[in-house]
Design a protein around this ligand. Structure first.
Ligand SMILES: Cc1ncc(COP(=O)(O)O)c(C=O)c1O
Length: 350
């Protein structure tokens, strides 16, 4: 980055700050002392609010981050000799440093390719039926990411088709909902329609990417899977002693509806960026932009130029290419600045 440039952030929805609704509740929770380890009133209210919003009497837990949520949920969904079927680009496979295998004491991830970052019923079936001998880790869980690592979404029909395979082979369904809110907004669907109504057993729902400082909710619709889960969280160092400071901001997102409007905004910004990028020469979109991430192929000299101009983005996520992620506070002004730099770069460098 050249010294006169300030950093500008489109690398991840993790680079955004805390949204006002979450901050308001955080400050409210800070006005009084309360019980520790999740025995406080904020945690109870947030869990009840999730049950209301999902229209389901699910078990609710809070942890600090997404890797822990996925790893611990998956550990609870199978045993050490089982396997978890996921897409080859799944975060649990590529970006969790072996956490799911570690916390499950060795359960293996079996990966499948699939267009636009999505598992298919055929791909899942191929892995399940590949072998059934004692030497093969027994498939027990399917893990889907909604929205996917490449910014696409599974439709309800696609989810139902995957559930049908799960039923055929007695598999459980886990959903990595790092961008679950964005998927609900993209599909104009309720949380219930994209989870228990299509047979999801457990959802890891990210608040961090939706406007919190940190904090993920794990929802078990299959309540049997939640047996002793609190102990699993504690052992993994994921039982927050001051849990109210995760739960209260979550309640702020849920009660205000910001969980949804934040996601709608982020998706709209990504759609705006994708539309404008598609019209630039030398720039090609790699995937349909359906949620809040935009993946593009750019000439290497342009990538260098944008970095010098202070733009932050990743080039190693998903299928490669440049990933721009919009968040609850992304503005069209920021995106216009990026597009202007791209146009200048393309004119002068290519
Ligand atoms: C698809 C997906 N799952 C899970 C996570 C959670 O990761 P972390 O452990 O960094 O919160 C992320 C974060 O980038 C993600 O993109």
């Amino acid at each position: 980055m050249t010294p006169e440039c300030t950093p500008r952030f489109l690398a991840s929805d993790n680079t955004s700050g805390i949204c006002p609704e979450a901050m308001e509740y955080l400050l409210k929770a800070n006005q009084t002392d309360d019980l520790a380890y999740g025995n406080d009133s904020w945690t109870a209210r947030a869990a009840d609010r999730f049950r209301k919003m999902f229209d389901y009497d699910c078990e609710v837990f809070f942890v600090f981050n997404g890797t822990a949520a996925n790893s611990l949920a998956l550990a609870a969904m199978g045993r050490s000799f089982h396997s978890v079927i996921c897409h080859e680009l799944a975060h649990i496979e590529t970006d969790e440093c072996g956490g799911p295998e570690f916390f499950s004491n060795g359960a293996k991830l079996l990966t499948s390719p699939g267009v636009n970052g999505k598992l298919t019923p055929e791909g899942i079936e191929a892995l399940v039926t590949k072998r059934n001998d004692i030497h093969y880790p027994k498939p027990k869980v399917i893990s889907l990411t909604q929205a996917t690592e490449v910014g696409t979404v599974y439709s309800r029909e696609e989810l139902l088709a995957i559930r049908a395979v799960a039923d055929k082979y007695d598999l459980r369904l886990h959903m990595d909902g790092a961008r679950f809110a964005n998927a609900c907004a993209a599909l104009d669907a309720t949380p219930a329609e994209l989870t228990w109504q299509v047979g999801v057993d457990a959802l890891c729902f990210s608040g961090t990417k939706n406007g919190l400082a940190f904090g993920e909710a794990i929802l078990f619709f299959n309540r049997d899977l939640a047996e002793d889960f609190a102990w699993r969280c504690k052992q993994a160092g994921q039982l927050a002693s001051k849990m109210r400071f995760i739960a209260a901001p979550w309640l702020g997102l849920l009660e205000s509806g910001a969980w949804r409007t934040n996601a709608e905004h982020a998706n709209a910004m990504a759609a705006y960026l994708a539309r404008r990028l598609a019209s630039l020469p030398g720039v090609s979109l790699m995937f349909p932009t359906q949620a809040n991430s935009v993946f593009v192929e750019l000439p290497p000299v342009l990538i260098d130029y944008l970095r010098q101009r202070g733009w932050t983005f990743y080039t190693f996520i998903g299928a490669g290419g440049v990933r721009f992620v919009c968040a609850w506070n992304t503005t069209t002004e920021l995106l216009d600045d990026l597009l202007a730099d791209m146009e200048t770069g393309l004119r002068s460098l290519t």
